[in-house]
Design a protein around this ligand. Structure first.
Ligand code: ZN
Ligand code: ZN
Length: 137
């Protein structure tokens, strides 16, 4: 059993894989429900409008968006941007193009870089040792 401090209210709670205590999570859940209900009636709202109507902090609504629990349907949103290229996105942290590119990069690095890197380091070590010996003579 691991005891932690809630990252929002600071109260001590038994850690179960979440960084917030049960009370704060319940509060989040209620807020999320409010936002969801409002969006069902007003599907093309912006964050400011939703925040005002539901009394949920706009930062929290943006968190919901980043977690992918909410989605922006409006074409011209200006507050959620791809963290890699800065393009406006409707949910998550990266745009679709960057997601594909990053996955490709990741696969390539995993396949090629790991063995080559290890080998190179080893060779470099040998070279340095050799040179060192030569200069000493
Ligand atoms: Zn808490
Ligand atoms: Zn991007």
């Amino acid at each position: 059993m691991e005891i932690r401090n809630c990252s929002r209210c600071g109260r001590i709670y038994v850690y179960d894989g979440f960084k917030l205590c049960i009370d704060c999570r319940k509060e989040d859940e209620e807020d999320f429900q409010k936002v969801k209900d409002y969006l069902e009636d007003h599907p093309y709202s912006n964050v400011m409008k939703v925040s005002k109507a539901t009394n949920v902090d706009s930062k929290k609504i943006i968190e919901f968006l980043k977690e992918g629990r909410l989605e922006i349907r409006s074409e011209n949103n200006m507050f959620l941007k791809c963290e890699r290229c800065g393009k406006p996105i409707s949910q998550g942290r990266y745009c679709d193009k960057c997601k594909v590119e990053m996955e490709r990069e990741l696969k390539r690095t995993a396949r090629v870089l790991r063995p080559v890197d290890k080998d190179k380091k080893h060779k470099e070590k040998i070279k340095v040792a050799y040179r060192h010996k030569k200069y000493n003579k």
